[in-house]
Design a protein around this ligand. Sequence first.
Ligand code: PPS
Length: 325
Amino acid sequence: MTEVEILPDGDYSFQAAKPVDLMTSYVFHGVHFPNPGLCNSGGWGYFSHPEDVYNLECRKDDVFVCSYPKNGNTWAREIVYRILVDPDVKKFDTRIQDIRCPDLQLYGPNGDTWKGHEGKPLRELESPRIFKCHYPWNCMPKEAIEKNCKIIFIARNYKDTAVSGYSMMSGFVMPDGETKVLQDDLKTMLHRWQGRRAVYGGYFFNVLSFWEQRQRENVLFMFYEEMVGDPVGAVKKICSFLERKITEEQLQKIVIETSFDKMKMDPSCNWEFLNTVGISKEAPPFMRKGKVGNWKEHFDDEMSAICDDYIEKYLQGTGLTFQYE
Ligand code: PPS
């Protein structure tokens, strides 16, 4: 595994605000996680113990949709769900996506349900189970690796990731309903998400951890940018990886139903419910822009240069390159 620098305490180059520390204060396998202690506090959901996720009992036909936050997980999960469960897009199931395709970072011990939601415990879900996971490779459920479960990883360029992440996090408040979780500006965020102390190992460590596994037969490494550029090709690629045959009509339906405009209007996957559980009352919509290159509307030259430096530092020599516009 590529070694990405773990910054020693004193070198973390800005003053982290206390609430945001809670998002990274739990360490497992050298990776920083949201503190599971956020459980039961006001409107916050339950952040899983990474040990529970690591020890999850997996079935051979479980499918894992993995990504660093804000890299297109919701979109890819919806495509996988449509292919595996609902290729005719009958809309027989309008439950929110996190119930249909659970997010492993938001589960209680033993796979019990996420507080505040009506989903079943993970062990009671019908196969094929489709999971979301933000964890880096070394923290993935170990049985998923042992049993060669299918793992789809979606990667997105760092600049758009940072803008999307900042946009979402800037709306998060603590259980008091007022204190902002993120007290940084966007420029500070560019430093925050690159480092090893950032949530889920930091962007570069996380993405590279899957890039190094891309040759495995059970791993599909995809780019958000290729999905935007060729949605039909993306659905076909995912179908082929999942070893499912669909008709041309089903393909077209899935592409339309998982387009940005459709998903933005679909309460089962546009995360509108966040506003009702008090997590992000003031946040911009989850389905915000859905574009490649939106960073240009938010960055000045200095911010772009900060990212370019990190991109060169971490990706040089790895063979991993991104489309930025
Ligand atoms: S999260 O919070 O980590 O689960 O976010 P994630 O789903 O990984 O990423 C959210 C960004 O993906 C965009 N998105 C889409 N883009 C294009 N087409 C579709 N169908 C789609 N669905 C979600 C979403 O708008 C977020 O990106 P930004 O740049 O903020 O718009």
